[in-house]
Write a protein that binds this ligand. Structure first.
Ligand SMILES: Cc1ncc(COP(=O)(O)O)c(C=O)c1O
Length: 469
């Protein structure tokens, strides 16, 4: 009887064939080059899901017993289908979601990351990505302004995860016993609660459920006419929450809300939270990138007063998603969200290598070395690449706003603080609900035509435009 390990068939080895790797990469590269250069590609062509499922199934091998052979035509068909059915982020017709077209070089670096597989939570698995995270933290802190060596940054797979991680850190720091005792802890000072701007991203309000805080313990702070947290109403709201038996341990401000990109007054909020021992988390998933621009940085004035900051590079820094940086003002707090011990990855006595591990600061064990594309762009082109593109996009948005203000049949709901602008077409005397239905119908038609891709959002209340000229 042969109990020895079977040598894989030639075809299994074929999947590691370097020559074939070169050929398939070159064929794919040629297709990508054509795709990116094709200015006729616009908007989004939605394929009916059942039809796309059939197309995808038709490209799968029916061979079940043996390793199927490499089929170049099949690969090309798969790549073509992938490119054709994607949201066309490089198209001039794409004006929709917040994730962006990437600088092509970032894609090249991401390709390398996929091949060398360096999961970046541990230094020994990903040496350069871990060093680069530190370098980029220092680079970006130049715009935040914390003392050198006092802060920390960890990458997470997306802004939603960064928000959850920061709020966990806040709770562990401000509500002692919550990690070990959970909801059973008798904190003695009221039910732990989270204060958020009324227009906060859903990933923040979702944390209340995920962390067992409970949605009922969300204190929604009212907004002013500029869609920012109304700073004059924060203290009364916090005091009212306290009277209801709530203990607000964290206030989440936004630096660029999702719907209108409003920037909350960070300096004032930092003062209020500091006085009350409340952790200030800033969700800058969309707008923190404005920090790299000398022209626009002022929108985040007071950011150095935050305890933590979420910053998505896959939105306004044009890198592949996900690439999120979560910053902590106090580096010691960055290790507080998680308290597990696992001898297979953590060392009792950290050395010069394991000191760079980020595994203790994040929910993720295996994660992409997502900092690499961002770093390579930064290393090759420098800050100005990002600043110029961000400034251009914001200027373009202001131009559109100006054009729409001059059009009697269009309404805008806000002054564009960044690259987001909400507007609607409202000819004649339509009621609010008629106007609402009209926007949906127009958007569906635009989408169906495939020339442009625009997104939609419901904003409560009438458009307050008197102040915005
Ligand atoms: C303000 C804000 N916060 C958080 C998120 C979530 O980020 P991600 O999509 O990277 O999880 C978004 C995404 O749209 C956002 O706009």
């Amino acid at each position: 009887m042969d109990h020895g390990a079977r040598i894989p068939s030639g075809l299994t080895l074929d999947a590691f064939n370097i020559q074939q790797f070169r050929e398939s990469s070159e064929a794919t590269l040629a297709r990508l080059e054509k795709h990116l250069a094709d200015a006729s590609i616009r908007g989004l062509e939605l394929t009916e899901p059942a039809q796309l499922t059939r197309a995808a199934r038709s490209l799968m091998t029916t061979e079940r017993e043996h390793v199927a052979g490499y089929d170049e035509a099949k690969l090309n068909a798969i790549i073509d289908l992938y490119l054709k059915t994607g949201i066309q982020v490089h198209s001039p017709g794409y004006m929709g979601r917040q994730f962006s077209g990437t600088f092509p070089l970032a894609g090249v670096v991401d390709f390398v990351s996929s091949l060398v597989s360096q999961p970046s939570s541990f230094y020994e698995a990903a040496q350069l990505p871990n060093v680069v995270e530190k370098i980029m933290a220092d680079e970006f802190n130049r715009f935040i302004g914390w003392p050198a060596g006092s802060f920390a940054m960890v990458t997470t797979s997306g802004g939603s995860l960064a928000n959850l991680t920061a709020i966990l850190a806040a709770r562990n720091d401000r509500v002692p016993g919550s990690w070990s005792e959970g909801g059973a802890a008798d904190h003695g000072r009221g039910r732990p609660a989270l204060a958020v701007g009324a227009d906060v991203h859903y990933s923040v309000s979702r944390t209340a459920g995920v962390m067992g805080i409970g949605e009922a313990q969300l204190v929604r702070l009212p907004l002013n006419r500029r869609h920012q947290i109304d700073v004059d109403r924060v203290v009364p709201e916090l005091e009212a929450a306290q009277r209801r038996g709530l203990r607000v341990f964290c206030l989440v401000a936004s630096a660029g809300t999702t719907s209108v990109s409003a920037f909350d007054p960070l300096r004032e909020l930092a003062e209020i939270t500091r006085e009350r021992g409340i952790w200030l988390h800033v969700d800058g998933a969309h707008g923190a990138s404005l920090l790299v621009s000398d022209e626009l940085r002022w929108k985040l004035d007071g950011i150095d007063g935050a305890d933590s900051l979420t910053w998505d590079a896959h939105k306004m820094m044009f890198t592949p998603a996900p690439c999120t940086m979560l910053f902590y003002r106090d580096k010691d707090k960055s290790r507080s969200p998680f308290h597990q011990w696992a001898s297979y990855v953590f060392d009792e006595e950290p050395d010069v290598y394991t000191a760079l591990d980020s595994g203790g600061k994040t929910l993720e064990c295996t994660k992409r070395p997502m900092i690499m594309p961002l770093w390579v762009l930064w290393a090759m082109y420098g800050r100005a690449l990002f600043a110029e593109k961000i400034e251009y996009l914001c200027r373009l948005t202001r131009d559109v706003h100006r054009i729409l203000l001059a059009e009697p049949d269009f309404e805008t709901t806000h002054w564009p603080e960044a690259n987001i602008l909400c507007f609607r077409y409202r000819p004649g005397a339509l009621s609010d609900s008629e106007a609402h239905r009209l926007q949906i119908a127009i958007r569906d038609r635009v989408k169906a035509r495939g020339t442009f891709f625009i997104s939609k959002v419901d904003i409560a209340g009438p458009p307050p435009c008197a102040w915005c000229s």
